[in-house]
Every structure is written in C-alpha cells, then in structure tokens.
Ligand binder design. Structure first.
Ligand code: SAM
Length: 221
C-alpha cells in the first residue's frame, strides 16, 4: 500500500478497478464482486429502477441497450428483460467472466472493454450508472465523443447536494469528486455534451450531507 501512495503516476484504470474489487474497497456483501452501496442500497436502487423501468416501458418497442460499466450487474439484471438486447460492459475481466456464468439470458451479453479506449457496440441507448464519477476528465472526454452514436443516455452521477463546481479533475479510481465539492456535469465545460432534451428521472438524497444520486435521461438526436 505504501508503495502505491508514493507512486504519483496514476495506475492504469483497469488495474485500479481490479484492485477495488480484489480488496472490496466499495464494501462487501459476502459475494465475489460488489459494486458498492449505490448498486445495492434499496433507498438508492428502488427509485432508479422504478423510473428507468417506466421509461423503457414507455417506448413504442423494446430497444437495444449498452450498459457501460455494468459492475456486479445487480442493476442490469432487473432491467435487461425490458430491453430487446442488453450488452453489459466492464473493464474488469474477472468480473465479466463471473457475470457471464452468473447471469444467463438470451438477450444479455457481456463484454470486457475499456469504454474510454475501445470502440463501443451499436445500440439505441446507453446506461452509464455511477461510472464517470470515478474517472478522470481525460477519460470522460474520450467517452463523451462516443455518446453521439446513441439516441438515449441514461446517466447517473453521485454529486454534492446544492451548488457545486462541475468537473474538477480527479485521478481515476475508487474516489469521486465530492470531497472537492465537485461532481460530473456533462453539459458543462470541458465536455459540453450537446443534447436535444433532458429529463430528471430520479434523485436520492443521501444522509449526513453525503450528496445526492441523480439520474437524468438525455435524448441525443
Ligand atoms: C461504481 S461501479 C457501478 C456499477 C454499475 N454501473 C452499477 O451502477 O451498479 C463502476 C463500474 O465501472 C467500471 N468501469 C470503470 N472504468 C471503466 C472503463 N473505463 N471501462 C469500462 N468499465 C469501467 C468499474 O469496473 C465498475 O464496475
């Protein structure tokens, strides 16, 4: 650990995320992989599921979804049946192998990709849930360029309650911008995501001034 702290050069994101899962840095529920309270706490998950399910059901027909940074799939497993196809992507190979064995459905597939560096699959919409909050601005910018290929972006971010300075930079890893009173806002500098419309889908206030988990739907084209 001391060596990690001394080394100022950021770890490659894949290694950082692998270490988080190996050491249960986002917590532990006794299983092999745990993506954190944001993926499991009913207080956070329930309003998210309700609003995203309603949106998916409101469409004329089921759509193809790419879940970018699917984690332990506790969220995806509840949404995939509402989609035509559900491609779940994560940077951690061991997690993807685990998910492939654990969650089998004819419309669900898993791929191990780095969503910042790799080409992303075609789909109608993407789910990006509590992923960008862990990434540097450089990586977010690489991802933002690829979002124009999709019609819908369902974006969830953990941000400070009240006003905050958007998009202060961090090193990709376990932490998020909240300690700097900052959070990700893709519409603000330096990302300036161009959208057609946005709808607030869900918002959960965390206790003890720990911020808010916000989900927005961006329509793109
Ligand atoms: C906090 S977890 C959220 C998981 C899931 N979206 C959810 O809400 O339950 C963040 C996930 O993003 C993945 N991730 C981080 N950077 C990534 C990248 N560049 N490419 C693909 N996945 C990434 C991590 O491995 C981790 O599983």
């Amino acid at each position: 650990m001391t060596e990690i702290k001394k080394n100022k050069k950021p770890w490659p994101t894949r290694q950082a995320m692998q270490q988080i899962y190996e050491l249960n840095l986002w917590g532990d529920n006794g299983g092999s992989f745990y993506s954190g309270a944001g993926s499991h706490s009913l207080h956070i998950v329930k309003p998210y599921m309700n609003s995203v399910s309603s949106f998916l059901k409101s469409l004329d027909k089921p759509i193809d979804i790419c879940d970018l940074g699917c984690g332990d799939f506790n969220i995806g497993k509840e949404l995939s049946h509402l989609c035509k196809s559900y491609t779940a992507i994560d940077i951690v190979p061991e997690l993807i192998e685990h998910n492939k064995k654990q969650f089998k459905a004819s419309n669900v597939s898993f791929q191990c990709l780095d969503i910042a560096k790799d080409q992303l699959p075609h789909a109608d919409g993407v789910i990006l849930r509590q992923v960008l909050q862990h990434l540097s601005n450089h990586e977010i910018a690489q991802i933002v360029k690829k979002l124009y290929a999709y019609n819908y972006i369902i974006l969830t971010e953990h941000v400070p309650s009240g006003d905050f300075v958007p998009n202060l930079d961090i090193i990709s890893g376990q932490g998020i911008r909240i300690k700097k009173n900052s959070g990700v806002n893709l519409l603000a500098a330096p990302f300036h995501l161009k959208i057609k419309s946005h709808t607030l889908l869900a918002q959960t206030q965390l206790q003890n001034n720990k911020g808010v988990i916000t989900t927005v739907l961006y329509e793109m084209n």
